[in-house]
Design a protein around this ligand. Structure first.
Ligand SMILES: [Cu+2]
Length: 132
């Protein structure tokens, strides 16, 4: 009796393992997730406006964090119709982008690191560029 219990346990474990392996081989992830942690050569940040609970406009960089590879470019699109700027707070950053009310501006990042920036016109409007 004792032996058969052990055999059953081994069979159950074997079955579970086989099912898991099968799941990995039959369900591969064929494409990298563009919104995930996979870095790409360039990224786009949208400057968007929304209203807070008092009806005042609040602005943000979306997404607030982008990850690119060395030598990649980040483009900021201002769709908000209000002047914003991209002012870097990390030494070694590209040149700041001055106030612009529409269109887009780009900067290239040649050195790996984490670059913090903000808009000096709007408190709390900030973002991060991660360069891998
Ligand atoms: Cu702003």
């Amino acid at each position: 009796m004792k032996v058969s219990y052990v055999l059953l346990a081994v069979l159950a474990i074997g079955c579970g393992g086989g099912g898991g392996d099968n799941g990995y081989t039959t369900s591969p992830n064929p494409t990298p997730n563009p919104g995930g942690s996979g870095a790409t050569g360039s990224a786009t940040v949208s400057i968007t406006a929304s209203s807070d609970s008092y009806g005042y406009s609040t602005f943000s960089f979306a997404p607030s964090t982008v990850t690119i590879t060395k030598g990649g470019t980040v483009t900021w699109n201002n769709d908000a119709g209000v002047a914003h700027n991209v002012t870097f707070m990390t030494s070694g950053s590209p040149t700041n982008i001055g106030n612009f009310s529409s269109g887009s501006n780009s900067r290239t990042f040649d050195t790996a690191g984490t670059y913090e920036y903000h808009c000096t016109n709007h408190a709390g409007m900030a973002g991060t560029v991660k360069v891998q």
